[in-house]
Design a protein around this ligand. Structure first.
Ligand code: NAP
Ligand code: ZN
Ligand code: ZN
Length: 349
């Protein structure tokens, strides 16, 4: 037995998203069922539906920034009850047995197939997973997050991917007082990164393509803002950062950015462009710099991030849209014309 619900799906790499129906499984003993209220649009949704990361399994119902209200819980569920505000991020399950799963780093699950993506993956029951551009979802309670009461559900949604993707590396590489942090790209990820790094006490610089978003960047709390289309920026800032977080969805001139790190500094790559990055070695070896990567965050850290955001009043800047606007929203994200995260009101599906 399943439940039929409405969703938006892409049926090929080149077709627009259209309205459809999908099936959700019945609530098992360990499951939480919830009505999705809002779903954020992440650039990863776009990479996936366009098969930029390899052929997708169509139909794809994207959406891994999901916030809603619990409607039913299984007989064994202890963490949630009907009416709770909850969220789901980029994965809905993992092997639960590997070292990383035991350490709460489910995003780095080394079990067969790794973590089970919220969409474009195959669930434990062998059926395709479908994401948040839909009206309801059923997820094992261990992969559900609690959304603090003080964060409205529309603003909570983007925290489930953009929020944790920035929180985890900022914490891992110790962003805080006395640390100079640069955030490259002021999009969905980047703007949350600015707010989080400022809340952690770091000195924060935005590196955006142009000066167009300068007022916003400073309003979000950044201490400095530079345009990367001005070559002078790379001379002025040479050797100045402890940590650079790159959220750009396209290929950058990596050498130019590595040169902005001081000795022993780290550049963390978060953006996932279709083509490999080209990395010149001299900016790395000359100053013992590190080039690193980071993928979202595990369940315990995602909960920690949500609680941190509630405590420090960190919420994304969003534009709530109707589901029928999703294809135009995609075009605007691709054109870097998003201020700063589109969130679908799923009541309009
Ligand atoms: P987004 O909202 O589109 O933001 C990306 C920003 O990058 C843009 O707003 C723009 O900022 C800058 N940018 C875009 N094209 C550029 C270009 N050609 N040259 C220089 N800068 C450019 O996307 P997002 O949702 O934040 O996602 C960003 C990337 O992170 C995507 O590749 C996504 O797949 C990836 N991602 C990774 C993880 C992870 O766990 N590692 C998680 C989520 C997303 P400015 O206008 O300020 O320059
Ligand atoms: Zn995402
Ligand atoms: Zn595992």
């Amino acid at each position: 037995m399943t439940t039929t619900i409405s969703a938006y799906a892409a049926t090929s790499a080149t077709s627009p998203l259209t309205k459809t129906t999908i099936e959700r499984r019945d609530v098992g003993p360990h499951d939480v069922a919830f009505d999705i209220k809002f779903a954020g649009i992440c650039h990863s949704d776009i990479h996936t539906v366009k098969s930029e990361w390899g052929p997708a399994n169509y139909p794809v119902v994207p959406g891994h920034e999901i916030a809603g209200v619990v409607t039913a819980v299984g007989s064994e569920v202890t963490k949630y009850k009907v009416g709770d505000h909850v969220g789901v991020g980029c994965f809905v399950d993992s092997c639960r047995e590997c070292d990383n799963c035991h350490a709460g780093l489910q995003q780095y699950c080394t079990g067969k197939g790794g973590n089970i993506g919220t969409y474009n993956a195959t669930g434990r029951d062998g059926t395709p997973t479908y994401g948040g551009y839909s009206t309801a979802i059923v997820v094992d309670e261990n992969y559900v997050l609690r959304i603090p009461d003080s964060i409205p559900l529309d603003k909570a949604a983007p925290l489930l991917c953009a929020g944790i993707t920035l929180y985890s590396p900022l914490r891992h590489w110790n962003a805080g007082p006395g640390k100079k942090v640069a955030i490259v790209g002021l999009g969905g990820l980047g703007h949350v990164g600015v707010k989080l790094a400022v809340a952690m006490g770091a000195e924060v610089t935005v590196l955006s393509q142009s000066l167009k978003k300068m007022e916003d960047g400073l309003r979000l709390g950044a201490h400095h803002y530079y345009a990367t289309n001005d070559p002078e920026t790379f001379r002025t800032l040479a050797g100045s950062f402890d940590l650079i977080i790159n959220t750009v969805s396209a290929n950058l001139n990596m050498g130019a950015y590595l040169n902005l790190l001081r000795a022993d500094g780290t550049l963390v790559e978060l953006g996932a462009p279709e083509k490999p990055l080209e990395v010149p070695v001299f900016p790395l070896i000359g100053m013992r710099r590190t080039l690193a990567g980071s993928l979202i965050g595990g369940i315990p850290e995602t909960q920690e991030m949500l609680d941190f955001c509630a405590e420090h009043d960190v919420t994304p800047e969003i534009e709530v849209i109707e589901a029928s606007y999703v294809n135009e929203a995609y075009e605007r994200v691709i054109a870097s014309d998003v201020r700063y995260r589109f969130v679908i009101d799923t009541a309009t599906i």
